[in-house]
Design a protein around this ligand. Sequence first.
Ligand code: PGA
Length: 256
Amino acid sequence: MNKQLRRAVIAGNWKMNCNTRETAALLEDLKPLVANAGCQVVVGVPFTDLSTALEHTAGSNIHVGAQNCHWAQSGAFTGEISAGMLTELGVEYVILGHSERRQYFGETDATVNQRLRAALDGGLKVILCVGELLQQREQGITGEIVAQQVKVALQGVSAQEMQKIIIAYEPVWAIGTGRTATADQANEVCGLIRSVVASLYDAHLAQGLTIQYGGSMNAKNCRELLSKEHVDGGLIGGASLKAADFATIVQAATEG
Ligand code: PGA
């Protein structure tokens, strides 16, 4: 019922895949397949593919995102990219706090918060990723971990700014492993995230928040996951690199 209040968003996280030629080809394949989507469609591409992606999605319903941004506006941060650099190109979204950033690049809840603040200040919309490790799930602390990630990441974010935020629940044990969370597990934690957001802001805001599930979502399992009350979309890794599979997921989100 409340699902109707929310915008479904299917976002591709291409990770470190596709050169500019492959980016152009994938987007040209994808465009006609998702042209009539009843949900929002986003592709999160590598920095070096952003211009190509913007060029090949111009005039279409596909929105373009980056996969990270730095917390400073400029300065001595070798190898980093600022939010302002992204908005200047015409980029609309940024994925922040992905577990691969946390796992391999020292990202913490505090740095995710700093990056998120900078992204909002720079005019970007944010897909904020949270999720527990397998060990944490086995220890029975999934709720605590995810609540902490959400609370710290959203520090200093106003209710109005929350309109620009999507939260993606991505259990780390399900990412790239082929081991999807069950639809009930996904729904349970997405619902928990919604209640954390309600406690930070209010119930009305939380009811309007788009919460995605991510972690081995594919053309086969998407329908069941997306049918759940609290699952408003998906953040898709592997399956976003195949136009037909990604379009199937977009179609499933359109049908709700
Ligand atoms: P996956 O990746 O769909 O390949 O599991 C999801 C993600 O990391 O966002």
